[in-house]
Design a protein around this ligand. Structure first.
Ligand code: NDP
Length: 295
């Protein structure tokens, strides 16, 4: 039987509707819109597309987007000075420095310089630490989006066996922390994991965040499992153009899983929605207001 499709576009659209209402309320209460500052160093085409869509979504949600494009030869000191200025700017609730950065800039130093309460990507060690100890944190957008999809699909995740493939600071580790916070029994798999297919077959919830096209095969999936495919991989298509596939062999996995996210149209749209959500949450906290529970 074919798995249910988890529609990330529909979920993101519903969430963005709620965010727009909250953004209006924030503006009416405080007399100013919530503000997201984006910083793009250089002209990497993929990064430029990502940043443009983030700014567009910010404006559409009734927030203020302040974009700072910088030339590719910007020094680390210049970027740090801009981050400092944005940290001090009261109109800015969230700061997003688009990664990757050019080789002359140490990304970790830049992330560390962002004020943790404006760190809407959730990459700062203070937010990573808060998440790890179960305290109030700004959580990285992609795993937060995955959790939102999982809870909408399953409801209570407590007691489920969850396997996360990937241990990056951006996706794998925060995803595992979030699932642990929901009382799942969590296994984190990575490139050194022995017998990965067998580990995956134990998963009621399987999250693939690897960056290897269609690595997870249908016979790695436990019948009825919920599969979240974070991977975005460009592969040659039939017509000579490229096409996007995930880390999961979708056609095979769909025959075994209970529910599965497609690529594209699964996790991807949730990431931007969660960036808007984090910006609004940061804005509320900075203004001493409580953000609605369902954001
Ligand atoms: P990283 O490259 O930082 O991490 C990949 C992880 O996969 C590592 O932990 C690595 O293990 C593990 N891995 C690599 N090869 C294997 C293997 N053969 N078996 C098991 N584990 C393996 O990637 P990210 O976490 O940043 O991203 C993962 C994927 O998610 C990418 O496709 C990326 O494009 C996508 N992505 C999608 C987003 C979205 O909005 N949908 C947002 C962010 C990322 P080890 O640590 O041992 O090297």
């Amino acid at each position: 039987m074919s798995a249910r499709l988890i529609d990330g576009r529909a979920a993101a659209e519903a969430l963005r509707g709620r965010l727009a209402i909250t953004a209006d309320f924030f503006r009416a209460t405080t007399g100013r819109p919530a503000g997201l500052a984006t910083v793009l160093v250089g002209e990497d085409p993929a990064s430029a597309v990502y940043v443009r869509s983030k700014i567009k979504a910010t404006e559409e949600a009734g927030m203020h987007g302040l974009h700072h494009p910088l030339p590719a030869e910007t020094s680390e000191a210049e970027l740090l000075a801009l981050v400092e200025q944005l940290n001090r700017d009261d109109a800015v609730d969230g700061i997003l420095v688009q990664l990757p950065l050019p080789a002359q800039i140490d990304a970790a130093r830049v992330i560390d310089a962002i004020s943790p309460e404006k760190d809407v990507d959730g990459f700062h060690v203070v937010n990573a630490g808060r998440l790890a100890v179960g305290a109030e944190a700004l959580v990285p957008c992609t795993p937060l989006g995955c959790l939102h999809l999982l809870k909408s699909e399953i409801g209570d995740l407590s007691g489920a066996n969850a396997v996360v493939i990937g241990r990056s600071n951006i996706v794998g580790k925060p995803m595992a922390s979030l699932l642990l916070g929901e009382s799942c029994t969590v296994t984190i798999a990575h490139s050194r994991t022995r017998d990965l297919p067998e580990v995956c077959r134990r998963a009621d919830i399987l999250v693939a965040a690897v960056g290897r096209a269609e690595m997870v095969r249908g016979d790695w999936v436990k019948p009825g499992a919920t599969v979240i495919d974070v991977g975005i991989n460009r592969v040659p298509g039939a017509t000579g153009k490229t096409r996007l596939v995930g880390d999961v062999a979708f056609a095979e996995a769909r025959e075994v899983a209970g529910a599965i996210t497609p690529v594209p149209g699964g996790v991807g749209p949730m990431t931007i929605a969660m960036l808007l959500r984090n910006t609004l949450v940061a804005a509320h906290r900075r203004a001493g207001l409580k953000a609605p529970e369902d954001l």
